[in-house]
Design a protein around this ligand. Structure first.
Ligand SMILES: CSCC[C@@H](NC(=O)CCC(=O)O)C(=O)O
Ligand SMILES: [Mg+2]
Length: 367
């Protein structure tokens, strides 16, 4: 198929409550959505880059610029494009994985809709619903944290993940462990610690956590190896795992024994499947991470999370975890699980009314 146009939509989505991590506090999502118009029909992709370059080096204005000036022109110039050829066509651009992922996903959506197959079928999903975990931000008090966690337990979430940072770790985790009993519990530091904190992090072992996620900076594989040998709690990497090769290296070197897979972070869902496959071959379980996606990205994540080696609950929460109203029909938990969309492509449609109501500016159309 040929790409006839690439549309860039920017949407403001207020969060139902502030979301605080070790790198900042956000109260809304400034979302870049890509729609491709092709000879075989339309497709949508969501860019997971945040408003500021504080999770990784990408940020939404940068993603929009690199799509506008490099990625879209490359696809528009190609005579024949398929999801499997996008990474090669865009390989001349270094990095910008979240921007590339949004474009590749839009092409994949158009292609699979035209073929009449769902993302789940395309990825090789082995179940029709996925177990859901929920990510809980840093709170202003332990009581506030416990009230929020209690609400999620009541909604049926099968795993709790707590954001931690120096000064907000042992006590919140202890309080939540006492509240939720044996319910699976894990923590995410978003790179906030250093090698000097290894002994302190060992104190988390008393809480029987599923894992500790990305305690050190993205590039520091070595300190994750040292921590893995020093504590009982399994070490999970997120920010560090930018593609299948890095996943293989980190696992073989003993830096990680569980992997958080985010399609946007690794450059798209096709690379995410490759990370899944590498980890499966090495017997390393994976789970689907989240970037506060709207229903567009959420639909693709749920389909990915239905692959065989996604054996741990992911950050695939219901739409209401972040948004009072979603860009698509809302994803709603049933018995702590989300159903894998069965429709062609992503299986969801962008609501034109919401897109118009929440648009930050008119769409940019590239041809
Ligand atoms: C704004 S924080 C985004 C990155 C963070 N994501 C989450 O905590 C899950 C967010 C979600 O539920 O989508 C992570 O490091 O794993
Ligand atoms: Mg993380």
């Amino acid at each position: 198929m040929r790409i006839l146009a690439v549309e860039l939509h920017r949407v403001a989505m207020p969060l139902v409550r502030p979301f605080e991590t070790s790198f900042g506090r956000q109260t809304a999502r400034d979302v870049l959505l890509v729609r491709v118009r092709t000879t075989d029909g339309d497709g949508w992709g969501e860019c997971v880059a945040m408003a500021d370059p504080v999770y990784s080096s990408e940020y939404v204005d940068g993603s929009e610029a690199v799509i506008r000036h490099y990625l879209a022109p490359a696809l528009l110039a190609a005579q024949e494009v398929g999801a499997e050829s996008v990474a090669g066509l865009l390989g001349f651009v270094v990095g910008h994985r979240m921007a590339k992922a949004a474009v590749e996903t839009a092409v994949l959506d158009a292609q699979t809709r035209a073929e009449g197959i769902s993302f789940g079928e395309y990825f090789g999903a082995d179940r029709d619903a996925v177990d859901c975990g929920v990510s809980v931000g840093i709170s202003s008090s332990i009581d506030e944290l416990l009230a929020e966690v209690d609400g999620y337990v009541g909604e049926g979430y099968r795993r709790i993940k707590l954001k931690i940072k120096p000064g907000w770790d042992i006590e919140p985790v202890r309080a939540v462990r006492e509240l939720i009993g044996e319910l699976p519990l894990q923590v995410d530091a978003n790179t906030a610690y250093t090698r000097a904190d290894i002994e302190h992090l060992g104190r988390l072992d008393e809480f029987g956590l599923l894992l500790i996620e990305q305690p050190f900076v993205e590039e520091d594989i070595l300190t994750h190896i040292v921590l893995s040998a020093a504590i009982e709690t399994p070490v999970c990497l997120d920010e560090s795992i930018v593609n299948a090769e890095v996943a293989l290296d980190a696992i073989e070197r003993g830096a990680t024994s569980v992997v958080n897979i985010k399609a946007g972070r690794v450059g798209g869902y096709l690379e995410a499947v490759r990370v899944h496959d590498v980890c499966a071959e090495l017997g390393v379980p994976v789970w689907c991470g989240g970037m506060l996606e709207t229903g567009v990205g959420r639909a693709a994540n749920v389909a990915l999370a239905a692959m065989a080696n996604f054996t741990l609950p992911g950050d695939t929460s219901g739409s209401s975890r972040y948004f009072a109203e979603d860009l698509t029909e809302p994803f709603e938990l049933v018995d702590g699980r989300l159903a894998v969309p069965t429709g062609a492509g992503s299986g969801v449609d962008v609501r034109a009314d919401a897109l118009a109501d929440w648009a930050l500016r008119p769409p940019i159309t590239l041809t």
